[in-house]
Design a protein around this ligand. Structure first.
Ligand code: ATP
Length: 244
């Protein structure tokens, strides 16, 4: 597996708060990497840096070994980086299918519209949303809305996928489907997936590697079993979160 995404020496300050301090992170193609840690650990800030929404005070972001630190979020998206947000960001007044078409719109060309429609239909099927293609996204219950956001992120095939609490508000069945879609994306399409999630059991089940952030630094990193047994991780986080 080759390294697709890397962040090195990332530092972000908000006034006197050091939200991230010397954070290194790498995600390989075909890997689902979990990013966990207590509230305020810096997970969303790291997503903001990687996706280009926030310029770090220190450090670099690399895509396929190329420094993209000064590239815009749009440039990163057009080079295969996709992101979902903790707070849902669907276009509520569009149908679910149109949300997926919007994500492919930049490729342009009316003659290619049929191809974009059929890609959207295939992704909706894979995500179990085909029956909802013509529903307005704004009326979906939270679990289906989260799945629709994932579908939109996949509408134009990603090389790097950043998922911010994708399972939050999902039923057990929806979480199962989410896991199948994400695993398939990594295993079959070689996508590098980085996933922030407070549901630790879900992370441990799905992720081949887990990185633990605490107070803006990497506290631990390893496979699920190593991380679960790490005393520092248990003290800082798992003691309170393991049952969620
Ligand atoms: N825009 C901001 N202005 C000031 N401080 C901020 C800002 N965004 C984040 N912070 C601070 O930076 C630190 C990291 O926050 P961040 O949201 O990245 O953590 P998180 O791990 O994603 O937390 P959560 O699990 O609650 O989403 C926190 O101390 C937070 O209060």
């Amino acid at each position: 597996m080759s390294q697709v995404l890397a962040a090195t020496g990332i530092g972000v300050r908000f006034g006197g708060v050091r939200a991230l301090d010397g954070v290194d992170l790498a995600v390989h193609g075909g890997e689902v990497c979990g990013l966990i840690g207590p509230n305020g650990a810096g997970k969303t800030t790291l997503f903001d840096v990687v996706s280009g929404i926030r310029r770090p005070d220190e450090g670099r972001v690399l895509l396929d070994g190329r420094d993209i630190s000064r590239r815009s979020p749009v440039w990163r998206a057009r080079h295969g980086m996709r992101r979902t947000f903790q707070r849902q960001q669907l276009f509520g007044q569009l149908t679910v299918a149109d949300n997926l078409l919007v994500a492919q719109e930049w490729r342009g060309g009316r003659r290619k519209l049929a191809g974009r429609r059929s890609r959207a239909a295939a992704v909706l099927r894979e995500c179990g949303l085909d029956a909802l293609a013509d529903s307005y996204a704004g009326v979906l219950p939270v679990g289906q809305a989260r799945m629709a956001e994932l579908a939109r992120a996949l509408a134009d095939p990603p090389r790097v996928l950043l998922l911010d609490e994708p399972a939050s508000g999902m039923s057990g069945e929806e979480r199962g489907q989410l896991a199948v879609v994400v695993r398939h994306l990594a295993d079959e399409e070689g996508c590098a997936v980085l996933l922030v999630e407070h549901n630790v059991a879900f992370v441990m089940e799905l992720c081949s590697r887990v990185v633990v952030l605490d107070l803006g630094t990497v506290l631990a990193e390893g496979d699920a079993a190593d991380v679960r047994e790490n005393p520092a991780v248990r003290d800082a986080y798992l003691g309170t979160a393991a049952s969620t």
